[in-house]
Each structure stands twice: as structure tokens, then as C-alpha cells.
Design a protein around this ligand. Structure first.
Ligand code: PMP
Length: 410
């Protein structure tokens, strides 16, 4: 009979169930498409309709960057999940990580000190922190690399701002700051601190915390490079551009002065986050919050836990490759011990000659992101576990083929 579906290039057969060989498994990007089936099931309730007459004004009367409704829902979300304390915090809304992380950097570094603030992070770290700090080349701050090198610094070394990603991208570990003392400040990036990717052990209570919708609901919006270029043009070239951004990120800030500086940064770069973005975020959060998050936080964590168990099984017989070790932890949201469910696998090539692990995986048609991207050894590779089910299945197929060859060619 006639084929009943149009297969994508990696599948064949009548019902597209046969996986074709030699197909590249692309596990490079952190595109959170694992949540797409959830939103397909909630298509009607999550749809946004905006009438033409709606919100035409500049709204000079409203200088806050976030609508009250949205703020209320964000506070409610954190209360339900128990992943962050919002009492006594200001909430600042931004369009994705570039803008808010930068606003945080400006907020924390602009003080009366004559020398620029030193910006650091612990290896392996999310590369945007370094890229962004260097790219903006500000007089106010300077990239200094690995946080642990500055542990025993002297008082005269100046102000430090440390990025702490918890759970960490790429290895999924819960992290604490390395630098202590009055001259160090911390930006906690909790992009992955949701039940999908981690047990919720405590409500984060830090002075400056950042969360994003992109890893919570899966709405990632424009790629980061696109935003970087736009933000750069806006800041330094005097262009007035409309940021075509549809994702949302927010900061919980304890100190009012820092909050105000961050708000100033956001309003100088883009005035505020687009109303359409806010409206969409609100609509999504309303669906998320139904029955205290039951639907999304059943689907998300279950999917991610299954994927972790599956990839762990694939590597369990391997002596050539190892996965990061993560333990089950008590989760306050589920009130139970939950198995690991990280967003990324952090693979290590164990053989002495496999120094370029990404190249080794490439010979098996697996595309990962090399350790050097995260300032780690190239013996490590990050594999994304949050893409679509098809991408994940292909990845597992190619890993199984690679691991099964080990005995023969060792
Ligand atoms: N922080 C970290 C550590 C991330 O990995 C990501 C997404 N890759 C982000 C922030 C979120 O960025 P955005 O809100 O721009 O999607």
C-alpha cells in the first residue's frame, strides 16, 4: 500500500519505524524539545490570541518590566515547586539569558571601585559567561577564568563576581560558590533547577538567582548568538531594534539597589520585555500551574529519568566511556527519593589515546559538544538528552553500536 507518513531522513519503511543506518545522531544543542509532546497535548489551553486593539500604548505610566499577573504566577510557581524563596525578593523580567545575565553583571559590578570586577566560574562551565563577559569588553568587569584559582586571593585583588550554575551545565551537579568573603558576589544560574532535571533538595535562598522559562516549559525562542548580536547593536551602536524574542527569564534579587541597576540596564537596552512575550509566558505558566504542576512535572521528570536510565544502560558495559556519577536524592516536591535525570550526559573517554573524545564519538556518527567548550579537557564530551524523542532514540542506537564494537577493537 501507500506509505502513510512522510519519514524524516533517518527513518524508512512503511510506517517510518525502521531506523536507517549511518544516520547522524545530533546531541549537540540544548534544545529542550523533549517537552513538545506535552504542549501538543495541551495545545488549546496554551494558545494565545491577541486582538489587534490590544496593548497599543507605549504605556509610559508603567515603568515596571513585568506585569503584576506574571510576577504573581512566578512567585506561585516557586512556592509550588519549592525550588526558590521569593519572599523579600524583587522580580526582574528579561528576554533570555543574554540580557539578564548581563544585567546581573552590571548590577553587581558597578560600584565605586576604580578597578574592574573580576568575573569567574568553576570548570566545567556554561560558555556563555566567558563569551559574553569578553564580548561586551566593559570597563566595569574582566573575565578571570577558573574560580578555584582565586580561592586564596588577597584582599587587594578587588571585587569578584562568580557565576554558579546549579544544577551545572554540562555535568548536572548541584553547585555551591567557591569564593567567599565580603569582596565576592555570586550570580546563581538556576536554569536547570526544576524537577525535570534534579531533585528539589532545598528552596534556593541566594541574593541573586536567575531562572528561565526555556528549560522549564521548553520554549527556547531565538538562539543565543542572535540575541547577542542584537543586544550588542542596541547597546553600542545606538540602534533601536525590536527584540524578536519570545522566551522569558527572570531574576530574583534581594538587594533593592542591585535590582534597580539591573532594571536600568534592561530598560536602556530594550525598554522592557515585549508584552507579547509576557503574555505568552503567562499563558504557559497558567497551564503549568494547573493542579500544582501535576501534568508537566509528571511528564518532564519521567521522560528525563527514563532517558538517563536508558543511556546509563548503554554505557554500563563499556570500559572505554564513562558517564558522570549522580546519586538518587530526596526531592521535596515529590516527597520521595528520585533517580538522576540530568539534562546532559557528560561522557569521559577513558583510554589514554582517546584524547579527543568528540572525534571518537564522531566516528560513530554521534555529534556532541567537546569538553574544551566548557573549559574542560577534550577527553570529555557533553551529549544533550533534552532534544526530541527521535533524536534521543538515534543517539542510543549509535551509542549501542559503538559500545558493542569495543571488545573487538580494544
Ligand atoms: N543558563 C544556562 C546554564 C543554560 O544552559 C541556559 C540554556 N542553554 C540558559 C541559562 C538559558 O538561556 P535562555 O533563557 O536564553 O534559553
Amino acid at each position: 500500500g501507500e506509505p502513510i507518513c512522510e519519514c524524516n531522513s533517518c527513518y524508512g519503511g512503511k510506517d517510518c519505524s525502521e531506523v536507517l543506518t549511518e544516520c547522524l545522531a545530533d546531541a549537540d544543542s540544548g534544545d529542550p524539545l523533549f517537552l513538545e509532546p506535552f504542549w501538543m497535548q495541551h495545545a488549546a489551553s496554551s494558545a494565545v490570541v491577541v486582538a489587534g486593539w490590544h496593548r497599543m500604548s507605549y504605556r509610559f505610566d508603567d515603568y515596571s518590566s513585568i506585569s503584576e499577573e506574571l510576577e504573581k504566577h512566578i512567585r506561585q510557581l516557586h512556592a509550588v515547586i519549592g525550588n526558590a524563596v521569593t519572599d523579600g525578593r524583587f522580580i526582574l523580567f528579561g528576554a533570555g539569558s543574554t540580557q539578564l545575565l548581563n544585567a546581573a553583571l552590571f548590577g553587581l559590578s558597578l560600584d565605586d571601585s576604580p578597578s574592574p570586577a573580576n568575573i569567574v566560574a568553576s570548570i566545567p562551565f556554561y560558555p556563555l559567561y566567558e563569551a559574553q563577559t569578553k564580548y561586551f569588553n566593559s570597563m566595569e568587569f574582566k573575565w578571570q577564568g577558573d574560580a578555584s584559582l582565586w580561592k586564596n586571593r588577597s584582599d587587594s585583588s578587588g571585587t569578584f563576581v562568580e557565576f554558579v550554575t546549579s544544577p551545572n551545565n554540562p555535568d548536572g551537579r548541584l553547585m555551591k560558590q567557591v569564593l567567599k568573603g565580603p569582596s565576592s558576589k555570586t550570580i546563581f544560574d538556576h536554569a536547570y533547577y526544576w524537577p525535570h532535571f534534579s531533585a528539589i533538595q532545598t528552596a534556593a535562598d541566594e541574593d541573586l538567582m536567575i531562572f528561565t522559562l526555556s528549560k522549564l516549559t521548553g520554549h527556547a525562542g531565538e538562539p543565543i548568538w542572535f540575541q547577542l548580536i542584537l543586544t550588542f547593536l542596541v547597546m553600542y551602536q545606538g540602534y533601536t531594534l525590536i527584540i524578536k524574542e519570545r522566551k522569558a527569564m527572570w531574576a530574583l534579587v534581594r538587594d533593592e539597589n542591585i535590582y534597580k541597576r539591573m532594571q536600568m540596564y534592561i530598560s536602556l537596552s530594550t525598554k522592557s520585555v515585549s508584552r507579547d512575550t509576557q503574555l505568552r509566558a503567562l499563558k504557559l505558566l497558567k497551564v503549568v500551574l494547573k493542579e500544582n504542576g501535576k501534568d508537566l512535572f509528571e511528564f518532564g521528570p519521567k521522560t528525563m529519568r527514563n532517558r538517563w536510565e536508558r543511556i546509563s544502560r548503554s554505557f554500563s558495559t563499556s570500559k572505554r566511556f564513562s558517564l558522570q556519577k549522580l546519586e538518587p536524592q530526596y526531592c521535596n516536591y515529590f516527597q520521595n527519593f528520585t533517580g538522576p535525570s540530568p539534562a546532559y550526559a557528560w561522557i569521559k573517554c577513558e583510554r589514554a589515546k582517546d584524547q579527543d573524545c568528540n572525534a571518537v564519538l564522531k566516528t560513530a556518527s554521534i555529534i556532541g559538544r567537546g569538553g574544551s567548550t566548557f573549559n574542560a579537557e577534550s577527553r570529555y564530551v557533553r551529549l544533550s538528552l533534552i532534544k526530541s524523542q527521535d533524536d534521543f532514540d538515534l543517539l542510543i542506537q549509535n551509542i549501542d553500536a559503538l559500545v558493542s564494537k569495543e571488545g573487538g577493537v580494544a
